[in-house]
Design a protein around this ligand. Structure first.
Ligand code: SAH
Ligand code: TRP
Length: 330
């Protein structure tokens, strides 16, 4: 099948793969040599890791993806009629799966719609764009490959843009990154624009922990795959089985943290980075945080960043969509 003549894709690469990898290598060295050790969550998402994550989203224990999909299915039409966007911008767009509910609602009211996926992974963005223009006649895709902490200025101007940030990815930012991020989003939006954010709510600890430590061990495999990825990329000699997966609720910070825990005293060499790293038995290395929000919390943070809340929708067992507009738009 050929795509229709009016569909088109442009890709604005603000962050070249080589440049990004150099930055990541530097961050990897400092994280492995720090006390306590930390590893960036970006190492989760190589080809194998992305496949594992896709399987995680279908686990009975992992409710966020299902809950968000249900919310978008039920309310995309409301979201679009409240905001009447001509452009849908998606930060950390990944495979753009759930986005289709929003695109469907937009396509039902307009025959000229534009989608701006924004992700660090160029291949992911290109694959998603290719699939979308096959399925949406007349869709214009203007993708941005960049870091949403630095390159939001690359988002093309427009008069009615709906900027969405789904998957609870906002929870993967630490509080200071999160407030800077919300202010950055505010600074690139104006009258007529809106933002839609998906976030996971605080709930009973059991439900939270099981979402990140499922019975089948898939999440454990996903976490350990970060080590296999470092072996492949940098010629490291991690034995992934020598590390245990740990997901715990940090009640002070109100976030789930993922760790890899060394089962023994061991030494790992990372050839291409020229470092040797000692692990003590039981030593933890943090790989991800996933913040959970109390009911009014993100709305308050959005207000502080200069947004007015338009609407919120909540789905069991506690996942929420918040729709807001720049305060000056009123
Ligand atoms: N929104 C999708 C994907 C969530 S996974 C969903 O809900 O299923 C998080 C996505 O954010 C990944 O595709 C990852 O590549 C992207 N990402 C992570 N950090 C990023 C950053 N700093 N800048 C841009 N994209 C980022
Ligand atoms: N953004 C997802 C979340 O915080 C990422 C994720 C899901 C994840 N399961 C995981 C990260 C397990 C590390 C380990 O919900």
């Amino acid at each position: 099948m050929t795509s229709t003549s009016s569909s088109a894709v442009t890709v604005d690469v603000r962050l070249r793969a080589e440049e990004w990898e150099t930055e990541l290598a530097t961050e990897c060295v400092s994280g492995l040599l720090a006390t306590p050790k930390v590893l960036s969550p970006v190492w989760f998402y190589d080809t194998e890791g992305s496949q594992l994550f896709d399987e995680i989203t279908r686990l009975p224990e992992y409710y966020p993806t299902r809950a968000e999909r249900d919310l978008l299915e039920a309310h995309a039409v409301d979201i679009v009629s409240l905001t009447r966007p001509t452009t849908l911008v998606e930060l950390g767009s990944g495979t753009s799966d759930k986005t289709r509910w929003l695109l469907d609602a937009m396509a039902a009211t307009s025959d000229r719609i534009r989608y701006v996926p924004f992700d660090v992974s160029e291949q992911t963005v290109r694959d998603a764009a290719a699939e979308l223009i096959r399925d949406y006649e007349g869709l214009q895709v203007d993708a941005v490959v960049g870091d949403f902490h630095r390159h939001l200025g690359a988002i093309p101007p427009g008069d009615r843009r709906l900027v969405c940030f789904l998957g609870g990815t906002i929870g993967n930012l630490d509080p200071s990154q999160r407030s800077a991020f919300l202010r950055d989003v505010r600074s690139i939006t104006g009258p007529g624009d809106a933002v839609l954010i998906g976030l996971d709510l605080v709930k009973d600890v059991d439900t939270l922990v099981r979402a990140y430590d499922d019975a089948s061990g898939l999440t454990a495999a996903f976490n350990r795959n970060a080590l296999s990825n470092l072996n492949r990329r940098f010629g490291a000699d991690f034995d992934p089985d020598a590390f245990e997966h740990l997901a715990l609720w940090n009640s002070e910070e109100q976030w789930i943290e993922m760790h890899l825990v060394s089962r023994t005293d061991q030494t790992v060499t990372v050839d291409a980075l020229g470092i040797t790293v000692d692990f003590r038995s039981y030593e933890r290395m943090r790989t991800e945080i996933s913040a959970k929000f109390s009911p009014g919390q993100l709305s308050a943070e959005l207000s502080d960043a200069g947004f007015d809340i338009l609407e919120t929708w909540t789905q069991e067992p506690g996942f929420r969509l918040v729709l807001a507009e720049p305060a000056a738009a009123r």
